[in-house]
Design a protein around this ligand. Structure first.
Ligand SMILES: NC(=O)C1=CN([C@@H]2O[C@H](COP(=O)(O)OP(=O)(O)OC[C@H]3O[C@@H](n4cnc5c(N)ncnc54)[C@H](OP(=O)(O)O)[C@@H]3O)[C@@H](O)[C@H]2O)[C@@H](O)CC1
Ligand SMILES: Nc1ncnc2c1ncn2[C@@H]1O[C@H](COP(=O)(O)OP(=O)(O)O)[C@@H](O)[C@H]1O
Ligand SMILES: [K+]
Length: 567
């Protein structure tokens, strides 16, 4: 399990470590700064090997035209303190370093002030007002140590303007610009929601600035995997991989995080509500479920579940066929398509391993569902609103494990409460952003408001509220898919950083996801386990296939993914 933390949780863990006497705040800051410099050298090995140790006297640096140069932007809190440590360590490694401080040095918190003073003994500190385009462009690297987890309100213009410039600089596709390294969190982004706290920089056509590398400490923060924090504009990628990188550097508080993940005492110290924990899906978190994906050696098709995927009418059956193929590939023993008579020929001519049965209206569906072996249903892809309004209530009244996707959601835009009343705990709703807004307009509006303070309302908050209201699992799709259960259990399936899978943005990929989840329900997975495992496998398939992916490829690459997982 990879637990990711809110800013408040991280602060509590840091405080507990300091109060226990195990470590001082100053030492944590030193480790954090060291972690940033190590991550920089890992990401760009040339930066380490091309320069020797710092020669003396310091003024020599300013005359050394070949030395790498870093601009370090320090803020008024401990994030700025980390920046002073980074400045000192880079200087020790032979770099020319220029440091800029926002705010009054006299107001710095104690550890940051100590590091400010240490830097003052060896280098100059200038005000933000002195930053120019020329200075930023002349650097090999810019270090953003302005704000981290302590951002609480909109950025002052003085900082916003610098970030505005930095964002154009970092995002420019036409020119190679110096990369930006964010310390802990890109400044201006709220660590809990991944959203920028209001400033004109967010209006920029180029998007918010994306650091080539973000280095965070102890554990990743929830916001690293949500919303704007994951936007992928940077052309200054680390080494040969596309897109931004996130590195988590240990600073010695990790055992507390592990204890926290184990829900033992320390967790109660700072977060009594265990439903506030958020899991980042990874191989380890779905590992146990993967064991159950293997088929029983002595089993037969009926012992692996029978999924029913309902299709739309003539010319509209492709989406359900994609879902059905996904359900079969993921391991359901049998998959039957429930087809209206006008689409029978269309479907019959395009399937082999799948079965088909006629489902015209509610009565026929009720009759079909008298077969108790049909233990999971997928309803919605390519369905049409009329058919959805007629059949969804029948599906739900039969209390089968059910995935509701696409039109099964949109058809209830005018009366979401009607739908919520009939949902049960074995249901999963899989809305994309538009479908989510139709069913939960107030939550979507809240999510769309420009935040003016941190912690900002997040996709995690919205999905949790939606799940509680609907009374079932909600899987809110996107590159930052959030999955929540009514009891508050929540996870993020991130398709970012090393799991970046933009090829999933292709027609029909959501239908296959609905099919994967339905297949897992047929295999007996609980709603939450099916949603998490299905979503995780979906991204794994996209990564395994790579560029050029279309929805049809997803089920076909699944055997390779299974094979690599050792199934
Ligand atoms: N947790 C850990 O284990 C470790 C954490 N470490 C580091 O500490 C960082 C957190 O430090 P932090 O709490 O001091 O917060 P930070 O982000 O520096 O900013 C707070 C300052 O900014 C100000 N301020 C806020 N918003 C503002 C705005 N819009 N415009 C203007 N000012 C604004 C705010 O002012 P105030 O609200 O108090 O008036 C306060 O002065 C964390 O990200 C990591 O880098 C490591 O050193 C060691 C291990
Ligand atoms: N940029 C992206 N990176 C990763 N996954 C993405 C991206 N864009 C979309 N997805 C995923 O692709 C799927 C698209 O589903 P959906 O919007 O329902 O499309 P469709 O209705 O065409 O199937 C979702 O699972 C979503 O999480
Ligand atoms: K920062």
């Amino acid at each position: 399990m990879t637990e990711i933390l809110t800013a408040a949780q991280m602060r509590a863990i840091e405080l507990a470590a300091i109060e226990s006497g195990e470590v001082t705040g100053l030492e944590l800051m030193e480790r954090a700064g060291r972690g940033v410099v190590d991550a920089i050298f890992d990401a760009w090995p040339d930066f380490k090997t091309a320069r020797g140790p710092a020669p003396e006297p310091p003024k020599y640096f300013w005359q050394d035209e070949d030395a790498y140069k870093a601009i370090v932007l320090c803020g008024p809190g401990n994030n700025g303190g980390d920046g002073f440590v980074v400045a000192r360590l880079l200087r020790d490694a032979g770099w020319v370093v220029e440091v800029f401080l926002y705010g009054d040095a006299g107001q710095l918190p104690p550890d940051a002030k100590t590091n400010y003073q240490r830097w003052s003994e060896i280098g100059a500190i200038r005000a933000f007002a002195d930053i120019s385009e020329e200075i930023l462009n002349g650097a090999s690297l810019t270090i953003d140590a302005i704000f981290g987890t302590g951002l609480t309100r909109p950025l002052p213009d003085e900082i916003g303007n610098v970030l505005q410039f930095v964002s154009v600089q970092a995002n420019s596709r036409s020119k190679v610009r110096p990369p930006i390294v964010a310390v802990d969190v890109p400044s201006g982004i709220d660590a809990d929601s991944g959203r920028p706290i209001s400033h004109s920089v967010i209006e920029n056509d180029e998007g918010y600035y994306t650091p080539a590398l973000t280095v965070t400490f102890g554990a990743a923060k929830v916001g690293h995997f949500l919303d704007t924090c994951t936007s992928d504009y940077s052309c200054n990628s680390v080494s040969d991989r596309r897109g931004p990188s996130l590195v988590v550097k240990p600073i010695g508080v990790e055992h507390r995080i592990e204890v926290a993940a184990g829900n033992s005492r320390i967790v109660d110290l700072f977060e009594p509500d265990k439903a506030r924990h958020i899991d980042l899906l990874g191989r380890s978190s779905v590992g146990l479920n993967l064991l159950f994906l293997s088929k029983d050696r002595g089993g037969h098709k009926f012992s692996h579940g029978h999924a029913l995927v309902l299709t739309g009418g003539f010319g509209k059956t492709g989406a359900a066929r994609l879902a059905a193929r996904g359900a079969l590939r993921v391991g359901a023993g049998l998959v039957t398509l429930g087809v209206p008579p006008n689409a029978q020929m269309e479907v019959a001519s395009q399937i082999a391993g799948l079965m088909m049965t006629r489902v015209q209206g509610g009565e026929a569906l009720a009759e079909t569902l008298t077969d108790a072996r049909l233990n999971a249903v997928c309803v919605g892809p390519g369905f049409g609103h009329e058919r959805a309004r007629a059949l969804v209530p029948v599906v739900l009244s039969n209390k089968r494990a059910t995935v509701l996707d696409a039109d099964a959601l949109s058809a209830f835009a005018n009366a979401p409460e009607e739908l919520f009343e009939t949902l049960h705990e074995n249901c999963i709703l899989t809305p994309h952003k538009g479908e989510f807004a139709r069913l939960f307009p107030d939550l979507a509006n809240r999510l769309a408001e420009v935040p003016t303070r941190g912690p900002a309302y997040s996709k995690v908050d919205a999905t949790r509220e939606a799940a509680a209201r609907a009374g079932c699992v909600v899987l809110f799709k996107g590159p930052d898919t959030v999955i929540a259960a009514p009891d508050g259990k929540c996870s993020i399936n991130s398709a970012h950083y090393e799991r970046s899978a933009p090829w999933l943005a292709t027609a029909g990929s959501g239908d296959v996801l609905a099919g994967f989840i339905t297949g897992l329900l047929a295999r007996g997975f609980s709603a939450m386990d099916a949603a998490e495992t299905g979503a995780w496998l979906h991204v794994e398939c996209a990564i395994a296939f790579g560029p050029g992916l279309i929805a049809e490829d997803l089920p076909e690459i699944l055997p390779k993914v299974f094979c690599e997982l050792g199934l």
